[in-house]
Design a protein around this ligand. Structure first.
Ligand code: ADP
Ligand code: ASP
Ligand code: MG
Length: 424
């Protein structure tokens, strides 16, 4: 069997859904299709849950209707026979609205996981019905029943043993050759919805690939494959045809957004290839990520993380930054779940580059009790993997460099935010 994953961009409107259906139809093998919420629905759901949690009734109602209208438009365009699908859409939106009419608990992350999954539940229901409508027999499955997780809301961890035994029963391929299911969401043994973290649908596809020992997993994107930079930022990109798991994990770790960082491990562990394919040009080769012995010749790969904060702490009493202080500082970041993207230490300074996060002020407050804390909040983190002199020159030319770190294969620069201009 194979696993296909379609992200928000690949199902953002009726034409995209039709295109996606054609890709699915061309696969003549047992297939599990993992789908995200349509377009930017997860962002809209986040607005909705925030309004609900903050009890802002008007904003809540507007956000709800915006989401409903968006899906209704897609459905109207997909199904020529009026009303064919109306009842299914109504069922989900009624359920969602009922939930929104109950008083929220005090736990935002819990509420988030009860509401945001509707994006995926609705998109997969529409797609499953559309495939049916076009004569492609398929089975819609609610992944929350068998992708079982702990209850760390918004960042749930997979319960692998339970998931393995339940998932194999659900995807038995005895009643159909085509399953449609949701990315990004899971459920606890107590039947409570959870989510795996933003952009987590790639990870869902990898979990299914791992458990079902798929022949391969293909993630269908709006780019020709893995490129040597994000084309939204750098216009001279080159496609990379092949990558080893190792290299792909490094790129995802440094922030190449094309693959969710958790995706590679479950596939590498069972040596299942990951294909990054273009839904715009499905016949093109894309990028294949697999076990590769020996060296691959790769061009410099550029990864930019925007909206970073660069924090430097120094002990007030001139004591060295040593193991104890480091362990204290790390546990603060870990406690507040703030990911460190780069760190640097000297005798009297310890610096980190982190994403902006709502808990950062808490961390800064706690650190300030013992340390002098300084920070820059308008910086970006640039990573150049497989760098050479020309690549460093092109990227850092005219940039104010706040910190840098150069190792054998990777050069990293914390730079002050300013416009990126590249020559042709
Ligand atoms: P999905 O629709 O599956 O969620 P994403 O938006 O998460 O897809 O990933 C695709 C996007 O990743 C592309 O549109 C591109 O702008 C961005 N991207 C960032 N870095 C790279 C890279 N190195 N190669 C290709 N795309 C990249
Ligand atoms: N819909 C979710 C998000 O936008 C998951 C995903 O698309 O991967 O984060
Ligand atoms: Mg995504």
């Amino acid at each position: 069997m194979k696993v296909y994953k379609f992200g928000g961009a690949s199902v953002k409107d009726a034409n995209s859904v039709k295109n996606m259906a054609a890709i699915v139809q061309a696969c003549n093998q047992p297939l599990v299709v993992v789908v995200s919420a349509m377009g930017k629905t997860t962002n809209a759901m986040e607005k909705l849950v925030t309004a609900y949690f903050d009890r802002k009734e008007l904003v809540k109602s507007e956000a709800f209707h915006e989401i409903k209208n968006y899906h209704q438009t897609i459905v109207e365009e997909l199904f020529e026979e009026n009303g064919y699908y109306k009842h299914v859409l109504e069922k989900w939106f009624d359920k969602l609205w009922n939930r929104l009419e109950q008083a929220p608990s005090l736990n935002f992350d819990f509420e988030y996981d009860q509401i945001v999954p509707y994006g995926e539940l609705i998109s997969t229901s529409i797609i499953s019905a559309y495939l049916d409508y076009k004569g492609m027999q398929n089975k819609w499955t609610d992944i929350r029943q068998f992708l079982l997780t702990n209850d760390v809301y918004r960042d749930a961890g997979v319960e692998w043993e339970l998931t393995t035994s339940f998932m194999k029963k659900f995807f038995s391929f005895t009643d159909t050759n085509l399953y449609i299911t949701q990315g990004f969401i899971g459920g606890t043994v107590n039947n409570i919805s959870t989510t795996l973290g933003r952009e987590g649908s790639d990870y869902t596809a990898a979990i299914i690939g791992h458990v079902m020992e798929a022949e391969n997993v293909a993630i269908w994107k709006d780019v020709p494959g893995v490129l040597n930079a994000d084309p939204r930022w750098y216009h001279k990109t080159k496609k990379i045809d092949e990558l080893s798991y190792w290299e792909a994990i490094e790129l995802a770790f440094y922030g190449a957004q094309v693959i969710h960082p958790k995706t590679l491990k479950p596939l590498q562990n069972k040596q299942i290839p990951l294909l990054v394919k273009s839904f715009v040009d499905p016949a093109s080769s894309g990028t294949c990520i697999r076990e590769i012995d020996g060296k691959l010749k790769l061009p410099p790969v550029y990864i930019l993380k925007e909206e970073q904060l660069f924090i430097t702490v120094s002990p007030r009493d001139f004591s060295f930054i040593m193991e104890e202080s480091l362990s204290e500082i790390f546990s603060l970041f870990s406690h507040f779940r703030v990911k460190i993207n780069l760190m640097q230490s000297s005798a009297l300074n310890f610096s980190v580059c982190v994403n902006h996060h709502r808990n950062l002020q808490n961390i800064i407050n706690e650190l300030s009790e013992k340390y002098v804390v300084r920070y820059n909040d308008d910086v970006e983190l640039l990573t150049i993997r497989h760098y050479n002199d020309a690549a460093i020159e092109e990227m850092t030319n005219e940039k104010e460099i706040i910190d840098s770190q150069i190792s054998r294969k990777t050069a990293r620069f914390v730079v002050r935010k300013s416009e990126w201009v590249f020559q042709n």
